[in-house]
Structures are given as C-alpha cells and as structure tokens.
Design a protein around this ligand. Structure first.
Ligand code: SAM
Length: 187
C-alpha cells in the first residue's frame, strides 16, 4: 500500500493526530520523521548552552535526533536517546542506540540511567494531562534538570507539586509564532 505523504505543516499534523491518535500516527509515520522547527530548537539550545548541563544528557522522545544534532554541534558528547517510534529515523543520523522508552515506560520505572539533563523537545505536550505529574517526577529522578522545548504554552510543569521553573526563553518562527524553552528542577 502506498504511504500518504508526511504532513509538512502544524495544522496538517494536528489533523492527523486527531484522525489516528498520536501513538498510531508516530507508529505509522515515525520512520520518516523530521521537524520543520529545527531552526528554532537549535537557536534556543545555542542561546541557553551555558545554563544547561549537556555533559551526559538524554534526548527524550528524540525523533530523528534534532536535539542531539545541536548538542554535538556545540561540542558536547552525543546524548543518550530514546523514542518508541523513530529508531529508524534516528538511526539514519546517528550510529547509536535509540532506547524504546515511552511515557508509560518511564512512569513505570522501566527507563534506567542517570543523566546531567533530560531534554524533551516538541513531545511533552503529547503526554496526557493526568500522566504529566508521574512522568515529570520520574524524569527529574533521572536527572536534576528537565528541559522542555515546546511550540505551546503548555505543558506548564511548574504547576505540578514539587516542581519549579528555573528559567525560560522563547524564539520566533518566520510566521511570528513562538517556540519556548523551559528548564525545570525539583523544588
Ligand atoms: C513532534 S515529535 C518531536 C521529536 C523531536 N524531539 C523533535 O524535537 O523534533 C514527538 C515525538 O514524540 C514521540 N512520542 C509520541 N508518543 C510517545 C509516547 N507515548 N512516549 C514517548 N514518545 C512518544 C514520537 O515518536 C515523536 O518522535
């Protein structure tokens, strides 16, 4: 069966999420994944390089390794990476393992390791609201710093008990939409 073209703008992706559900969407399309907002992700990571500990980071929900590319470009070690659906896309860019951790795996304690920071770009808003608290607490038990890059104001993790926002930044797309970077730790 011929695959449908991968949607190239935010509205088309949202339509596909609504049609299929997020997980089925990435199961079907994840091997072709790349992010048209890479320039904003890159700029935000470069701008905040002195406030993020990239020495042993985890690129959580890594897609095709958008965050990892920038971390390497800045001269830091290749982050560990995880994503349940995009190992093929990640493997085209890096000769390294993509761990298959889902939100639920992390919540259930199946993800192991200690990291200097967990960086989750364009994915934390995909986690159902009721799972955000256990996911965030679990990620912050794996690293002292959780950095979320998001095209939305949500999720606001500082509303969660025991979690604090340490700093934030924003960068605009050519169309004037903001992409946000927020860094959290345990209070
Ligand atoms: C919009 S992409 C972001 C990828 C990359 N981090 C970036 O900045 O471009 C969202 C990612 O979340 C992953 N994802 C979707 N559902 C997930 C789940 N339940 N658990 C973990 N990751 C999930 C997808 O496979 C996809 O790679």
């Amino acid at each position: 069966m011929r695959k449908r073209p991968v949607p190239s703008n935010d509205a088309a992706v949202r339509n596909r999420y609504a049609e299929l559900g997020v997980e089925v969407y990435y199961r079907e399309e994840g091997s072709d994944y790349n992010n048209p907002h890479f320039p904003q992700i890159r700029q935000l990571l470069l701008n905040n390089r002195h406030r993020i500990d990239f020495s042993h980071s985890l690129d959580f929900c890594c897609g095709s390794g958008e965050v990892s590319k920038v971390v390497l470009e800045m001269g830091f070690p290749l982050p560990s990476a995880s994503d349940p659906f995009t190992a093929e896309a990640y493997g085209r860019n890096f000769d390294a393992e993509c761990l298959p951790w889902s939100f639920d795996d992390v919540i259930r304690g199946k993800a192991e390791g200690r990291f200097s920071s967990v960086i989750c770009s364009f994915a934390m808003h995909l986690c159902p609201e009721k799972k955000l608290f256990p996911l965030t607490r679990q990620l912050l038990s794996m690293a002292p710093q959780l950095v979320v890059v998001t095209p939305h104001k949500r999720p606001d993790l500082s509303k969660l008990e025991g979690v604090q926002l340490d700093f934030e930044d924003a960068w605009r797309t050519e169309r004037g939409k903001s992409v946000f970077l927020k860094s959290y730790s345990l209070r």
